[in-house]
Ligand binder design. Structure first.
Ligand code: NAD
Ligand code: MG
Length: 340
């Protein structure tokens, strides 16, 4: 289970218990500045590996840099890698550790909200390849996940808000009481230790029951079929930057509408979700011309089967079904509903 506490209390004890033969810390240029000074002060001698920030660097070339640094420092199979950063650092650093000499120990020290509540938990590791996201990777559990919410203090507000979409998602699919609590707060007034702890516990509970996404784990994709399609469309035709959580917030409204149309949730829950998400995230501008390309992207979704789109759809407050077949016309109606 991930530990949520100041690193000063968790990190030294973890290193002592692990007793690695050598230690590396992987950072990007932002976490080098904002997060590494604290970590450095808590660690014995180690190798710092610094890479440029951003999703565009989550690739094989950067892996070569990381594997090269471990090789040059003569790391053996008892070495330990600490991934200090957001999901890019965690996914790629974990992948490099899980494959270096067939696998050495690593821990996730997530520093974005998205990575604290989502990417660092569950053992999915990997990199992008030839334009496809997370195309090459493995499932390997980290030796530990050490979450210090103090790092959220330097995160750009828009990144914080984007990560918050996964917090909302976790409540909607698995914790009705937490949804009731959360939706009464403004982002600025949230106690992050409590919110992150709830969110991590939900993800952890789901992935423990289905580590390799054969069934139940698919519920974590609520909002992500149409959300991801919108995100991809914006990447291909830059209409202004859209962060992952902003696209997922739109996707959750659309998919909640589909759930309502199918009789899975009542109008009151749809209204609650819609009202809250529009208030926090505003409206993603989608024109008539965007709709067909967005719908086309849903056909590429990893959860589809035999060409048919299958969604994770909430079927009550804090409940979610998966593998629900959805037609193109249902998705089209949801896009129209979202556009108002
Ligand atoms: P990111 O790692 O790119 O971090 C976002 C930005 O914030 C970066 O510029 C980073 O340098 C900066 N940053 C990080 N911590 C900071 C801090 N404390 N203060 C100031 N700046 C900071 O992106 P992300 O949103 O954390 O994660 C997205 C990645 O996670 C994607 O590659 C996605 O595929 C992956 N992901 C993986 C899983 C999984 O299960 N493995 C789940 C969800 C997402
Ligand atoms: Mg997501």
């Amino acid at each position: 289970m991930p530990q949520i506490a100041p690193l000063a209390t968790t990190l030294p004890a973890f290193i002592d218990a692990q007793a690695p033969s050598a230690l590396a810390v992987l950072v990007d240029n932002h976490t080098a500045r904002h997060c590494y000074p604290l970590v450095k002060s808590l660690l014995p001698k180690h190798t710092l590996i610094k890479i440029p920030a951003g999703e565009t660097n989550k690739n094989l070339g950067t892996c070569e840099t990381i594997w090269g640094a471990l090789t040059n420092a003569n790391f053996d199979r008892h070495a330990l890698v600490l991934n200090l950063g957001g999901g890019v650092i965690g996914d790629m650093g974990g992948f490099c550790a899980a494959t270096y000499k067939r696998g050495i120990a690593f821990a996730q020290l997530p520093t974005t909200l998205l990575s604290q509540v989502d990417a660092s938990v569950g053992g999915k590791l990997g990199i992008d390849f030839q334009g496809f996201k997370n195309h090459i990777g493995v499932f390997t559990q980290p030796n530990d996940v050490l979450i210090d919410t103090a790092f959220l203090g330097t995160l750009p507000p828009r990144e914080l808000r984007s990560g918050f979409a996964e917090v909302i998602k976790h409540c909607l699919i698995a914790d009705a009481a937490e949804w009731e609590r959360l939706r009464r707060y403004d982002l600025e007034d949230l106690d992050w230790n409590t919110a992150v702890a709830h969110s991590v516990a939900i993800k952890q509970r789901v992935v423990e029951q289905d580590p390799t996404e054969k069934g139940l784990r698919k519920i974590l994709n609520f909002g992500h079929t149409l959300g991801h399609a919108v995100e991809t469309h914006f990447l291909e035709r830059p209409k202004g930057r859209l962060l992952h959580g902003e696209a997922i917030a739109a996707g959750m409204i659309m998919e909640a509408f589909i759930a309502h149309q199918k009789g899975m949730i009542d109008a009151a829950l749809l209204a609650e979700i819609e009202e809250y998400l529009f208030a926090v995230y505003g409206n993603v501008p989608l024109t008539e011309a965007d709709l067909e390309p967005v719908l086309a992207h849903t056909l590429q979704d990893k959860k589809n089967r035999a060409g048919q789109v299958r969604m994770a759809l909430i079927d009550g407050p804090g409940q979610c079904a998966y593998d629900v077949p959805v037609t193109k016309s249902e998705m089209r109606q949801a896009l129209d509903y979202y556009r108002g």
